[in-house]
Write a protein that binds this ligand. Structure first.
Ligand code: NIG
Ligand code: FE
Length: 417
């Protein structure tokens, strides 16, 4: 494969945002290179620097390289979305109409809609229908500059249907340019058939589903919707500990609707991330900081449910590493636009533009245990790079509801041009 290089020969205003060497820290060592270049060989970033530096270093080989001209544009790491419910069938615009008339998300779910409605359509869909519907969303993620997504099961709620979702996610990973990292979320809701005996459903998740998912190596993470009326912190703990025993790293949907001890539980079980956190207690936030639990914040969900977003500023100031995500799902956040979420991170959560870029790249990569290979433009990392057609990164965040994605390089190949 030919080496790939950005704009090596033209001096211009292209920029490379490097949010690298961040590890799990929020305090930005963000570096922007003006007139920058990246040299890629096969799937890997081989050199990063100014045009001048790379011109000197690679002069004898420039003729053999394929050049991507990023003149006047902004180059960032491929965006990473660490929390999606990508694989589902059906749509819930009817609930959107109900919410506009005053119904709440939980009221709709408790009346058999919400997650239960999508569970029904997802169970009924054929494997092919599920794949096609999910692929359409993944295509859209890519067109918005996203090169890796996490995808949860949780609309099957039986062993058979949870496996079906995870197998579709696996096939998408194998066939689509976007990498798909899988999370088992059998405990997304108590299915209606177990509504009078939720502990029996917890037992099935623990004794039947988790062992099978682990045996088939269909997921790396194990997530639970810990919320009043869904799973209690006690039940969530049982499920997350059971996953750990089978090699699944805990994640948790925590404190979305009310303070419920989810952030505290995340710290206690050593979760890699706690997600949502709109109502997380100060004590929970402190415990997350102490244990290095990443806060995956989803301001699009608050926007769409017309509630107040999580306090990202407070979490960052408390020393919690913050990542951002779309929470792409049919009920509380039907979007793939991570750039819009970044805009909300600034407007609704008190984060700086540099912090939201960090949160949607390197910190997001760490939230799915990929910080060593993606999330920054660094020598040795995978060549996952997005070029936005804006002259500086501020404009990427400042415009909202616009898609500035121009070119996407995934694994060293141009996949959007
Ligand atoms: O993260 N909160 C629970 N789960 C999803 C919503 C799923 C749905 O409504 O279909 C979320 O917001
Ligand atoms: Fe979610």
């Amino acid at each position: 494969m030919k080496p790939l290089i950005f704009s090596l020969l033209k001096k211009c205003t292209k920029k490379i945002v490097l949010s690298s060497k961040m590890k799990l820290r929020h305090n930005i060592t963000e570096r922007t290179i003006f007139y920058g270049s990246v040299w890629i060989e096969d799937r890997t970033i081989v050199a990063v620097g100014t045009d001048e530096e790379l011109f000197k270093q690679f002069q004898p080989r420039i003729a053999e390289a394929e050049t991507v001209d990023a003149t006047g544009k902004t180059v960032t790491p491929g965006l990473v979305d660490p929390h999606t419910h990508l694989v589902y069938a059906g749509s819930r615009e009817n609930e959107f109409a109900m919410r506009l008339n005053g119904a709440t998300y939980m009221e709709i779910m408790n009346a058999g809609g919400g997650i239960h409605a999508t569970t029904k359509t997802t169970r009924e869909a054929t494997d092919e229908e599920l794949f096609t519907a999910s692929k359409k969303r993944l295509d859209q993620f890519l067109l918005h500059g996203v090169t890796t997504v996490e995808a949860k099961s949780g609309y099957g709620l039986t062993l058979e249907h949870e496996l079906k979702q995870l197998i579709v996610a696996k096939k998408l990973h194998e066939t689509h340019p976007v990498d798909v990292v899988r999370t088992f979320m059998g405990a997304h809701a108590v299915p209606t058939e177990f509504k009078d005996n939720p502990d029996e459903f917890v037992r099935i998740v623990v004794e039947k589903m988790i062992p099978k998912v682990s045996e088939l190596a269909l997921a790396e993470f194990n997530d639970v919707f810990c919320e009043r009326g869904v799973f209690t912190p006690e039940q969530a703990k049982v499920i997350l500990e059971a996953g750990k025993a089978y090699g699944l790293t805990p994640k948790i949907h925590a404190d979305e609707i009310e303070p419920y001890g989810g952030a505290e539980l995340a710290a206690e079980v050593g979760a890699i991330s706690a997600d949502h956190l709109l109502c997380a207690s100060d004590e929970g936030i402190q415990k997350m900081a102490e244990k290095g639990v990443i806060a995956v914040l989803l301001p699009g969900t608050a926007f769409f449910l017309m509630t107040k977003a999580a306090n990202g500023r407070k979490m960052i100031d408390a020393g919690v590493p913050v990542a951002l995500s779309t929470d792409c799902n049919p009920g509380s956040s039907p979007t793939v636009s991570l750039p819009f979420i970044m805009n909300l991170g600034c407007l609704h959560m008190g984060m700086t533009p540099e912090e939201v870029i960090t949160a949607a790249t390197i910190n997001a990569a760490h939230a799915i245990r990929r910080g060593h290979e993606i999330g920054s433009i660094e020598v040795g990392k995978k060549a996952d790079i997005t070029i936005f057609n804006v002259p500086n990164y501020m404009q990427l965040i400042y415009h909202y509801g616009m898609n500035h994605t121009d070119t996407v390089i995934k694994n060293g190949r141009i996949v959007v041009a």
